[in-house]
Design a protein around this ligand. Structure first.
Ligand SMILES: Cc1cc2nc3c(=O)[nH]c(=O)nc-3n(C[C@H](O)[C@H](O)[C@H](O)COP(=O)(O)OP(=O)(O)OC[C@H]3O[C@@H](n4cnc5c(N)ncnc54)[C@H](O)[C@@H]3O)c2cc1C
Length: 379
């Protein structure tokens, strides 16, 4: 896709932010401590990036989906985990509210996200309900003007930092996915606790934890959207989330290609540069082609999504499926081109390889994307 001047400017601004504000030393510190430093999170909060996709009415940047994806891609090229932190607020965090929030809820919960004053989390997955997210067991029982929530959410991105989590709970246990309602759960409410951060393979820097709910009283005013319509809210939110993940994958893929080209031009074996071996030249040609194809698919899905095209949801799944597989292939090949050095932490491709792995797992595995695509085609 030929990008207009507006989109090129967005790309440039995001690239400048990534290159100037996330230097190598900071990336190393994040890998070492497994946490984005507070000072860096504050810088992100002040930059307005946490609300770049939120409409201007709520203090956000009002970017359309393509602009948002371009920005996330550029940041992920330098630091995937920083992109995840930014994307988390813009997509899975803000999405449920933008789908169904009342004006009061949007003022109370969304506007502070755009100002970096509150950070949201998205609580769908449970130990027994991953791909089968309609099978959540967390319960919400009406108690006067309140709801009593009980259950356990797992793998929740940024849970230890979150000010609130949108929790999907069963309000009609017999109705399957049609008996789920969304609630905005303030993390300071009595009965809410957060588990120990998971010890992950990659995307080190943003903690992933359980959210445990024990007799948590949530006011009916914090019920999000209509009763028993929560599953549809989650699925619509995930369409945007999947484009955010696709953007992370494009950034990771580009970084893997950049590193492979750079290293192959430096390293010599058998008296010549690696870049002169036809086997590796072909590998790099394949990497660039696969990245280009994924990028076109993702950008096109963004345009379809903003046009409310009836096929957009399928294209979001196709984008996430293809780009997440792509970044894994590219990271694998970039390590291969680095030989043994690619297995050593001093080389960026080692991290890219680990950061790529989760992309085909979260926000719907590749198999779940295939299910969505096939269901659209075989109705
Ligand atoms: C780092 C990280 C961050 C996350 N952040 C969040 C978050 O913020 N909020 C949130 O709610 N969740 C989050 N998740 C959860 C994530 O979305 C789930 O892990 C994912 O949806 C898969 O669920 P599962 O792990 O239970 O795997 P399972 O559903 O148990 O799947 C296991 C395997 O079976 C396959 N499979 C399952 N069903 C089918 C089927 N019908 N047909 C074919 N194959 C199938 C899957 O593709 C997979 O290969 C996160 C996960 C990770 C790892």
């Amino acid at each position: 896709m030929v990008l207009t001047e507006k989109y090129q400017l967005i790309k440039k601004l995001a690239r400048d932010f990534a290159e100037n504000e996330i230097p190598q030393e900071l990336q190393d510190e994040i890998e070492e401590t497994h946490l984005l430093p507070d000072s860096f999170r504050e810088k992100i909060a002040k930059s307005g990036l946490l609300g770049m996709k939120v409409p201007k009415t709520y203090g956000g940047g009002g970017l359309d989906t393509l602009g948002y994806v371009l920005a996330i891609e550029e940041i992920s090229r330098v630091s995937c985990v920083s992109a995840i932190y930014i994307s988390g607020a813009n997509s899975l965090g803000s999405g449920p509210l933008l789908q169904a929030g009342t004006p009061e809820q949007l003022e109370k919960y969304l506007r502070p996200v755009t100002y970096g004053e509150k950070y949201p989390a998205f609580g769908l997955t449970e130990p027994g309900a991953g791909s089968d997210s309609g099978g959540v067991q967390t319960s919400a029982v009406k108690d006067g003007d309140y709801w009593l929530l009980n259950g356990r959410k797992c793998f929740i991105t940024a849970a230890p930092w979150a000010d609130y989590t949108v929790v999907y709970a069963k309000t009609d246990p017999k109705a399957g996915s049609r008996g789920i309602t969304a609630f905005i759960v303030d993390m300071k409410l009595p009965g809410v606790s957060v588990g120990k951060p998971e010890n992950k393979m990659g995307i080190l820097g943003v903690p992933t934890s359980d959210v445990i709910l024990e007799d948590v009283r949530v006011s009916d005013g914090d019920r999000l959207g209509e009763l028993n319509r929560g599953f549809s809210n989650a699925m619509k939110t995930l369409d945007y989330g999947r484009l955010g993940v696709s953007a992370q994958c494009l950034g990771l893929g580009q970084a893997a290609l950049d590193e492979a080209i750079k290293y192959s031009k430096e390293r010599k074996q058998f008296g010549q540069k690696l870049s002169e071996f036809q086997a590796l030249r072909f590998m790099i040609a394949d990497m660039a082609t696969e990245l280009y194809a994924a990028r076109e698919l993702v950008y096109n899905a963004c345009v379809l999504k903003d046009k409310n095209d009836p096929q957009a949801s399928m294209h979001c799944s196709m984008s996430k499926y293809m780009s997440s597989e792509m970044c894994n292939h590219l990271a694998y090949k970039a390590v291969q081109i680095h030989g043994g050095y690619g297995y050593i932490k001093d080389y960026k491709v080692e991290r890219l390889y680990r950061d790529a792995r989760v992309q085909s797992l979260y926000e719907g595995t590749s198999q779940v994307q295939q299910i969505v695509i096939a269901n659209n085609l075989l109705k």
